[in-house]
Design a protein around this ligand. Structure first.
Ligand code: SF4
Length: 235
């Protein structure tokens, strides 16, 4: 029996709107890039190199230049504005890393584990081992959403990745963190592993919904990234 592949991005797209899921994962089309998504891609690529090579600041800036994604900008001026913004984020990040007392044990770490009839896959931005040996899961965020402090409490992404660290890597997450690069801030919470049961139930429930391809609902078209391309859009 072949397993149905599921990941956080698929679940997220499905929860927003089944038609968005279908656009990306069935029709295999790409949502158009915008400045925020392109900057996010550029920074994640640079931080992957930072984590792998333990770069100094000059090396990090070089990796940023090499990683730069230039699509999605309406003008060269706007692109330069975002480029400078991203460079400042990386500089602040690098300076705060100088005070870190944990060690990076993995970055851009791919995982896969089986849950029922599903293969749960994904990529974790970073895993650190703290000075006392405990494990910290870290996700980088480049968005300017001020509600991250609330979002971290019930983050499906962190729940799935914490479960993956347990199921695929046999390690126990003690803390989950988001590094908010736009705010030069890190938020951390102790992770409650009793959430695993509910996370598994949720993955199985949404996985079944996705497999059944029930298109009886739509998302908020006014906030949809493919609104201009979607033939099912409600005006
Ligand atoms: S435009 Fe509306 S119907 Fe189309 S994918 Fe987006 S939310 Fe769904």
């Amino acid at each position: 029996m072949s397993l149905f592949e599921i990941n956080y991005s698929k679940i997220n797209a499905w929860l927003f709107c089944p038609y968005l899921y279908s656009f990306v994962y069935v029709e295999k089309k790409y949502p158009p890039r915008n400045p925020a998504s392109s900057l996010g891609t550029s920074i994640h690529r640079a931080l992957r190199e930072y984590g792998r090579e333990r770069l100094d600041l000059e090396g990090l800036f070089f990796a940023y230049d090499q990683s730069w994604e230039n699509s999605g900008y309406e003008s060269p001026q706007l692109m330069m504005e975002y480029y400078r913004k991203g460079k400042k984020m990386l500089e602040n990040f690098w300076l705060s890393e100088m005070e870190r007392n944990s060690s990076i044990i993995a970055c851009e770490k791919d995982f896969e584990f089986t849950l029922g009839e599903f293969a749960v896959r994904g990529t974790i931005d970073r895993i650190d081992k703290m000075a006392d040996g405990r494990i910290e899961l870290i996700e980088y965020k480049t968005g300017e959403n001020e509600k991250y402090s609330e979002l971290i409490k019930n983050s499906l992404q962190l729940d799935i990745y914490s479960l993956a660290i347990k199921r695929a890597m046999n390690m126990e997450v003690s803390y989950t963190s988001m590094i908010l690069l736009a705010f030069d801030k890190k938020i951390t919470q102790a992770y409650d592993t009793s959430r695993f049961v509910k996370t598994e139930e949720f993955i199985l429930k949404i996985g079944e919904e996705i497999r059944s391809m029930n298109f009886s609902r739509k998302g908020d078209c006014s906030k949809c990234q493919i609104a201009k391309l979607c033939r099912y859009r409600e005006s």
